[in-house]
Design a binder for this molecule. Structure first.
Ligand code: AHG
Ligand code: MN
Ligand code: MN
Length: 328
């Protein structure tokens, strides 16, 4: 029995690099910072319940380290692993009010990485899937880092997420399709498990926090009623995990639509444009799906601030087209 050909994410990124024209080695070295950090986060998440047990001695774990909340740990892991890559000019994290700017001279420091280190943190304590989301921009030559921090999603050079669930799956795009890798804990490597992922044209699920239904704009209520009453030619089931990465990953695999419409509490939507909506919007489009903000394509929004929020409708073409028509 010939041994199975495994493609690790490192070899896959190198291949992609040749195609995407990113500087050889620099790009894959930088992405390896993300895969390393996510392996550290995955390991820590697996221990989460145990930390409580070990940590019972009063907020220090067996190594005597101060007990860290997982989102602090995840943020530290991403900042540490990426900060060491000298191709990184700046990091923007959901957990940091201000960008972390590395004053590295010359043109080597030319990437800006934006990330949500731990998405779905409210689900950690109940042992439900959480994730990490990232998006990478290039600093145009001759442009200062400060002036390169707010770019539209169309300028991303790479985007991806990791969903920490029954298995740890890493999904990314550099503009040549969407590819998924599953972490093999036995060898500590992400191995190719979903090549060229394509989102179904239409799916069987819609995903929305129904508790906000009464404060949705009328058009969204009409849309949800259509989904529930066969308006799109089929029945739907509702799935809402409450971790964006997990709800998105299911939508990518099974099709359907995820939406976080404007609400009275969050009139501009709750999800963050730079490190939640943009990376997932690009992945959706690369897989044949669509992503809107309620008034146009998410990827075309010109951000005004690094933590700005947006409403998000992302999923299969049929479902998103229908809502777009209703919103027009
Ligand atoms: P984060 O944990 O990074 O703050 O993100 C939580 C987000 C997203 O993961 C999820 O889709 C959304 O919050 C759920 O919001 P509601 O609880 O309001 O539905
Ligand atoms: Mn999040
Ligand atoms: Mn988060």
């Amino acid at each position: 029995m010939p041994s199975p050909i495994i493609t690790t994410i490192q070899s896959h990124i190198l291949e992609q690099q040749q195609q995407s024209g990113e500087a050889s080695g620099t790009f894959s070295w930088m992405l390896s910072g993300i895969t390393l950090a996510t392996k550290m986060i995955a390991a820590e998440i697996r221990k989460a319940g145990l930390n409580d047990v070990y940590g019972a001695a009063g907020a220090t774990n067996v190594q005597g380290e101060a007990q860290q909340k997982l989102d602090v740990f995840a943020n530290e892991a991403m900042l540490h692993c990426l900060g060491m890559r000298d191709s990184v000019a700046a990091l923007i994290s959901e957990e940091n009010d201000e960008p972390v700017i590395f004053n590295r001279s010359g043109d080597k420091a030319k990437y800006i990485i934006v990330f949500d280190p731990l998405d779905g943190s409210s689900n950690i304590d109940v042992n439900v899937n959480v994730g990490t989301i990232f998006s990478i921009f290039r600093r145009p030559d001759g442009v200062s880092v400060e002036d390169a921090l707010l770019q539209p999603g169309t300028k991303q050079v790479a985007a991806g997420y990791v969903v920490y669930g029954p298995s740890t799956v890493f999904v990314y795009t550099t503009g040549n399709g969407v590819h998924g890798f599953t972490l093999d804990p036995a060898i500590g490597a992400y191995v190719l498990s979903f090549a060229n992922m394509k989102m179904p044209e239409q799916g069987a699920y819609y995903s929305v926090n129904e508790a906000n239904y009464d404060t949705f704009p009328e058009t969204y209520k009409q849309y949800l009623t259509e989904l529930r009453t066969g308006g799109l030619g089929q029945t739907y089931s509702s799935r809402y995990i409450g971790s964006l990465v997990a709800d998105f990953h299911r939508t990518l695999l099974k099709g359907g639509v995820f939406l976080y419409p404007p609400t009275v509490k969050q009139p501009k939507g709750k999800l963050r444009l730079l490190y939640e909506a943009n990376p997932l919007a690009w992945i959706a489009e690369q897989a044949g799906g669509r992503a809107l903000s309620g008034n146009g394509r998410v990827l075309e929004i010109n951000p005004e601030s690094i933590h700005e929020r947006t409403s998000l409708i992302v999923g299969s073409r049929v479902e998103v087209d229908r809502l777009e028509k209703l919103l027009q």
